[in-house]
Design a protein around this ligand. Structure first.
Ligand SMILES: CSC[C@H]1O[C@H](OP(=O)(O)O)[C@H](O)[C@@H]1O
Ligand code: ADE
Length: 286
């Protein structure tokens, strides 16, 4: 059976359509409830599970998102390939609202990171994260985005701030001077947890604003973000539909074995309670 594909929707993307025989799944996880029920079914011939990270109705703040629960739920449903859709501010003159960016790097400006890992509780692991985005998935998104007529910037650094307030102008300028390309509040923990869950992940970032560094433009507002996203959501859905048939059936990429050599704690020391908690991730060892 082919590996399932996950889609995490961000601001403005709370559902996807086109499913054959869709079903809703309320997944209970040892890390609390995911952001919402997961909606799954067959899409372009593949099993796909969709989850809106802020919940339907956009009820969950960036720092309230239970990323561990979201990624655990997706992995427990057999997801091994993941597309994360996210609204971002541009930090570059040439990157305009409604352009698509496919980041290949992240910079972490979050301040509470204890929920950005599945390890702990007696099992210590350190995954490699030098290349945090799946090159294979990013390539598939690039082909799909170009084919669907998007203006695409391939590569770039996504700086993940805490929020919920947007940046000050001084912060925005500092982020530009450091060479970052786009800014958001949500995607980095997903990338880290996807890597630990041996899921190949790439990000489809939709630019909605120039943050607040570009003085001739109005500083970003949530209203402006949503207005651009509403205009862009049809493109995001077309890119996803075009990407799905190109995703391999088998989970055979290096990202799918990210835990090889990553776990420090010898198997005999793993507390059985933690092993039970991480069952969907540690299946290879159980
Ligand atoms: C609605 S503006 C700020 C909001 O938009 C981005 O959301 P997402 O990454 O889920 O698309 C940003 O990260 C903030 O959560
Ligand atoms: N300027 C911005 N800063 C942080 N997150 C965003 N999401 C969309 N635009 C953003």
């Amino acid at each position: 059976m082919a590996a399932a594909i996950g889609i995490i929707g961000g601001s403005g993307l709370y559902e996807i359509d086109g499913f054959e025989k869709s079903e809703e799944r309320q997944v209970e996880t040892p890390f609390g409830n995911p952001s919402d029920v997961l909606v799954g079914g067959m899409l372009a011939g593949r099993e796909v599970w969709f989850l809106p990270r802020h919940g339907r109705g956009h009820r969950i703040l960036p720092h309230e998102i239970r990323h561990q629960a979201n990624l655990w739920a997706l992995r427990s449903l057999g997801v091994r390939f993941l597309i994360c859709v996210t609204a971002v501010g541009s930090l570059k003159e040439a990157y305009h609202p409604r352009h698509v960016v496919l980041p290949d790097q992240f910079f972490d400006r979050t301040s509470r990171r204890e929920h950005h890992t599945f390890f702990g509780g007696g099992i210590v692991g350190h995954v490699s994260f030098a290349e945090p985005v799946s090159a294979g998935m990013r390539g598939i998104l690039r082909e799909a985005a170009v084919a669907e007529g998007g203006v695409v910037h391939d590569g770039g650094t996504y700086v993940n701030m805490d929020g919920p307030a947007f940046s000050t102008r001084a912060e925005s300028e500092a982020n530009r001077q450091l060479g970052f390309d786009v800014i958001g509040m949500t995607n980095l923990p997903e990338a880290k947890l996807a890597r630990e869950a041996e899921i190949a992940m790439a990000t489809l970032a939709m630019i909605t604003d120039f943050d607040c560094w570009k003085v001739e433009e109005e500083p970003v507002t949530a209203e402006a973000v949503i207005a651009h996203l509403h205009a862009n959501v049809a493109l995001a859905k077309r890119i996803i539909a075009a990407a799905i048939p190109a995703i391999p059936a088998e989970a055979e990429w290096p990202e799918h074995r990210a835990l090889d050599g990553a776990i420090m704690t010898p198997r005999e020391f793993w507390p059985e309670e933690r092993v039970a908690m991480l069952k969907p991730l540690l299946g290879r060892w159980i």
